[in-house]
Ligand binder design. Sequence first.
Ligand code: FES
Length: 122
Amino acid sequence: MAIVTFTSPTMRKNKTVYAIAGDTKTILVLAEQNHVPIPFECRDGECGSCLIEVSYDKPTERNAIAFTEKEKIKLKELGKLTEQEIQDAEISDLPPRYRLACQFIARDEDVTITFTGEPGGA
Ligand code: FES
């Protein structure tokens, strides 16, 4: 089970929700189901509106590293992902700081998701 905490200046207080183990809901779907207002447009890794910053509450538990190709391309376009971070993720299992909520799935790790409330801001 993943414990996901959402935080944003657009929210009165942080919101913590549980993602069931084996769940394949993206962070964006989880946010919507819990009335957390992460901006989005395409839901498909194309627009970059749903940019989030992810921090791992227990740094040893990091399982949600796999990027989709779309996510990788869009994050690079936004200047939020370097070649070094791609290598760190794919070779050394070190997760990058920024992700797209419509592509990112938290599995067993506990994460804090930060977003500005502005499309593409994080
Ligand atoms: S909603 Fe468009 S990239 Fe996530």
